[in-house]
Design a protein around this ligand. Structure first.
Ligand SMILES: [Zn+2]
Length: 187
């Protein structure tokens, strides 16, 4: 029995290392239809990094679906927006969840909404760093966007606080993204 468990763990560790990007569709998380949409032209020159602050981190697909739904409900019902504000959400489960997607104007960073992909790392990253699989999924999502002509190959990456007065994306995550390729403090 012990040996079987060990073998299983080894298999999980081996497959977990080569994480392939998994983009969950809107249908996949039960998104509501937007009340209106506005098309955005690609490739976009900016990537804006956010955290959700609330809801907190989600470590299973079921919890991340709950988080996406709760953000969408808040953005539509309380803020009166047409849809969830972000282009994508990324969970601590390592999945990317489609919000407005690659080619629709978002509502996440005034002045940049029509020329950026807004990626929300679900969770509060003021004092904690997102787990490596979450960070990896963000990198892979950006690369997917570049490879598919959605994001300019010479894109600039910023934290939300660079373009709006906000604590977003949290101090610890903000420190992390400053070491990423294409980061700039001066968009
Ligand atoms: Zn933000």
């Amino acid at each position: 029995m012990y040996r079987k468990v060990c073998t299983l763990l080894l298999i999980i560790a081996a497959t977990g290392g080569s994480s392939a990007l998994n983009i969950i569709s809107r249908d996949g998380w039960g998104a509501r239809d937007p009340t209106s949409t506005q098309t955005m032209s690609n490739p976009v020159p900016y990537v804006v990094i956010h955290h959700s602050a609330s809801p907190g981190a989600c470590y299973s697909k079921a919890d991340c679906i709950d988080a996406m739904q709760s953000m969408q409900n808040y953005h539509m019902d309380s803020n009166g927006w047409a849809d969830i504000g972000y282009s994508f959400g990324v969970g601590s489960d390592g999945n990317a969840y489609t919000g407005r997607g690659w080619s629709r104007v978002g509502a996440h960073a005034p002045g940049y909404n029509s020329q950026s992909i807004g990626i929300c790392l679900i969770g509060n990253w003021m004092n904690d760093l997102p787990p490596s699989q979450q960070l990896q999924a963000v990198h892979e999502l950006i690369q997917y966007g570049v490879d598919n002509g959605k994001i300019s190959s010479s894109y600039k990456l910023v934290g939300h606080r660079e373009v709006t007065a906000t604590e977003c994306p949290g101090d610890t995550l903000y420190q992390e993204i400053q070491s990423w390729a294409h980061y700039t403090p001066n968009p």
